[in-house]
Write a protein that binds this ligand. Structure first.
Ligand code: ADE
Ligand code: ZN
Length: 348
């Protein structure tokens, strides 16, 4: 697969405007299952003898049109069915890290949904060991470091999440934290208070999707009930000035995903995206790709497209890149090294 295959159909590349440089960046909101490109899905379906509902690539591509988060999740979970052996997870992560490296990503904190796999009989070690193999080689091949954030599926019994936490012990080091994803509305963060307390006791970092489709109250509860250190999406925080004041005062990072928000219709188009308002409000925001195989672009595609639509300045793009490392769970020395690389790239 070519290193920049993911860019061929990206919105950022379809413009005739000069391309914006990709700065060194950390990707902090990326679902590894959301990097499954249709071609690889068919290849793995053939490898594993899985029959997809879509007879061919063209028919599958037509399914990539979503009305909301749930309509996307239906396809996302269907296609995860092709991931069965360690090699499948390795191939998936290698393809992502190759593309990400070509778009300036130097560090990735990668979400994985173990329950989406164990729930259909794929053992946890198949998922974790398969991904670990790809992460090991990514540093040598591409100079990209990667760790995992294990997400709990919020539309499943919180007891499953609580049971998952101690099972992660063999992979501490690979796993840097826990997160919360899947269908948001009707599944408030506080349902997972115990699971998050258990994760904190294990020394794991905590993040959660909140305020993507759900109300600002879910962001408050992710902060207060779960003790999260970052909010994933969080764009609806802008509806609540007292929440914005709190996020600004704490400089609590928000991992924003512009192309995802448009594809899932949480914002009508990029020109209406709140990213610039979030920057102007003094929030510590980062740009990320969420599920790039589904939403039309990898990390720099997101940055370039939203920068153009909102008229972001070079200084604002540099702030976004710097924020990504500041908001990461990297040790301070690594953050300093990456921030120096951003400065060198931005000044050069
Ligand atoms: N799982 C994968 N992508 C997601 C998203 N954007 N929101 C919630 N859950 C997800
Ligand atoms: Zn997400």
């Amino acid at each position: 697969m070519s290193a920049d295959a993911g860019r061929l159909r990206s919105p950022a590349m379809s413009s005739s405007a000069p391309s914006l440089p990709a700065l060194p960046t950390a990707e902090l909101h990326l679902h590894i299952e959301g990097t499954l490109e249709p071609e690889l899905a068919f290849q793995l379906a053939r490898r594993n003898g899985v029959r997809l509902r879509h007879p061919d690539l063209e028919s599958l591509r037509r399914a990539y049109s979503f009305s909301d988060l749930q309509s996307f999740l239906d396809l996302y979970y269907e296609l995860t069915g092709v991931l069965q052996q360690p090699q499948d997870f390795t191939d998936l992560a290698e393809a992502y890290l190759t593309r990400a490296a070509a778009q300036g990503v130097r560090h990735a904190e990668v979400f994985v949904d173990p329950q989406a796999h164990t729930g259909r009989g794929v053992p946890l070690e198949v998922v974790m060991d398969g991904l670990a193999e790809a992460f090991r080689t990514a540093e040598q091949r591409h100079g990209v470091s990667a760790q995992l954030i294990v997400c709990f599926l919020r539309d499943r019994d919180p007891a499953e999440a609580e049971a998952l936490v101690p099972l992660l012990r063999p992979w501490h080091g690979l796993v840097v934290g826990v997160g919360l994803d899947s269908a948001e509305v009707g599944f408030p963060p506080e349902l997972f208070e115990r699971a998050y307390a258990l994760a904190a006791d294990e020394g794991l970092h905590r993040v959660a999707h909140a305020g993507e489709e759900g109300p600002p109250a879910y962001v408050w509860s992710a902060l207060d009930a779960l003790g999260v250190e970052r909010i994933d999406h969080g764009i609806r925080s802008m509806e609540d000035p007292s929440l914005v004041a709190r996020l600004r005062a704490a400089q609590l990072p928000l991992t924003v995903c512009p192309l995802s928000n448009v594809a899932l219709r949480t914002v009508p188009d990029l020109a209406a995206h709140p990213l610039r308002a979030m920057l102007d409000a003094g929030l510590l925001v980062t740009v990320n790709s969420d599920d790039p195989a589904y939403f039309g672009g990898y990390l720099h595609d997101n940055t370039a497209a939203v920068s153009r639509a909102l008229g972001l300045t070079a200084a604002q793009r540099r702030t976004l890149a710097e924020n990504s490392f500041r908001a990461s769970f990297l040790p301070d020395a690594d953050k300093a090294r990456h921030l120096a690389a951003v400065a060198a790239a931005a000044d050069g």
